[in-house]
Design a protein. Structure first.
Length: 344
């Protein structure tokens, strides 16, 4: 099983300097490169200090000059916010500049807050249909002389300029949850990214079952599947418990952004009180301890072995958590030094 890092700039305190947050983010990516991880993933979000990532290609091109071997992935671009010709060209340009290190993760998006501002009136179903029209066009545009008459896009014969550095273009990964998304990805030969979020082993098993069913339906096609999960490797049980408190806070804010009901000022959602966080039964420390990839090094190894036995090809260490950069770095160092060697 391969390992990767999933990371963003995240700004929970308005007093934090954005330039320092970017250096912190880049430093984590440099650690992943030096530690032998396969790829670093960073995504796309708009108008949210909770996750600062307006264009992942900008960050990935910069990271290509700060790292040596690690591949550079979009985790993920929000397809309905892009025109297919523009996405094909920018991905190809990034691949050219990075000497063929780009991998392209694509999703429909999740936050209504973003839909309302970039594509008013679009819902999740419509976003998914746009993604399914866009993704298969990318390899065609990279090959060149592609014309299209679709539901959402129509254009005469067009070629990506530039062409990507990789002969077949960057590998494409589709963020999938429901069975139809798995089938779409597998049928088109795209790799699959899945995340159970806070839902734990039952969801991890269900997502793999959907992937296997899609592969069984499309005989001869078995792309890669990656599991993305919030992770923390603690120095001891007290450190792990502290991390669970951080994840409890993180997921309460994640849920508040997703529900899109609280006021937002200067990109920050209205603060949640300690009482509100403690009263939310979805994200208790006990549930998160059971459902996230969190523990001491040996506990995390044991969890990862279960994922590997299920058939996952890659595990992506999701480091966004609201923790200090020192604690993020310490956890990632323990993962690289104490956990990854168990799988080599």
């Amino acid at each position: 099983m391969d390992f990767s890092l999933f990371a963003h700039m995240e700004r929970l305190n308005p007093a934090e300097r954005a330039d320092q947050l970017y250096e912190d983010f880049a430093g984590l990516c440099e650690m992943a490169d030096q530690g032998g991880m396969r790829v670093v993933w960073t995504g796309e979000h708009h108008g949210m200090e909770f996750t600062i990532a307006p264009n992942p290609f900008l960050s990935l091109v910069d990271l290509s000059h700060r790292t040596k071997n690690i591949r550079l992935g979009t985790g993920t671009v929000i397809a309905p916010f892009w025109h297919p010709i523009k996405l094909a060209g920018e991905a190809a340009a990034a691949d050219l500049i990075t000497n063929g290190r780009i991998e392209l993760g694509i999703a429909r998006g999740a936050y209504v807050y973003e839909y309302e501002r970039l594509m008013p009136g679009m819902d999740a179903w419509d976003a998914g249909q746009r993604m399914r029209e866009i993704a298969p066009l990318l390899p065609a545009l990279w090959r060149g002389d592609c014309a299209h008459e679709g539901v959402y896009f129509q254009f005469p014969t067009t070629t990506s300029a530039p062409k990507p550095r990789q002969p077949d273009g960057p590998p494409i990964w589709i963020a999938a949850r429901d069975p139809n998304s798995h089938e779409f990805g597998v049928e088109n030969g795209f790799n699959i990214q899945v995340t159970p979020l806070w839902q734990g082993m039952t969801e991890i098993e269900t997502l793999m079952q959907r992937f296997r069913a899609a592969c069984d339906k499309h005989v001869g096609k078995r792309p890669k599947i990656m599991l993305l999960h919030h992770s923390y490797v603690g120095s001891d049980s007290a450190d792990v418990d502290r991390a669970l408190g951080d994840f409890q806070r993180y997921y309460n804010y994640f849920g508040a952004w997703f529900q899109n009901k609280r006021p937002v000022h200067q990109g920050h959602i209205a603060p949640l009180s300690d009482a509100e966080i403690a009263a939310n039964p979805m994200f208790t420390r006990e549930k998160l301890a059971e459902d996230l990839t969190v523990g001491t090094a040996q506990q995390v190894i044991d969890q990862l072995k279960r994922y590997e036995d299920l058939g996952y090809d890659e595990f992506s260490f999701w480091i966004d958590s609201g923790m200090s950069i020192d604690r993020k770095r310490a956890s990632l160092a323990r993962f690289i030094d104490d956990v990854m060697p168990a799988f080599q």
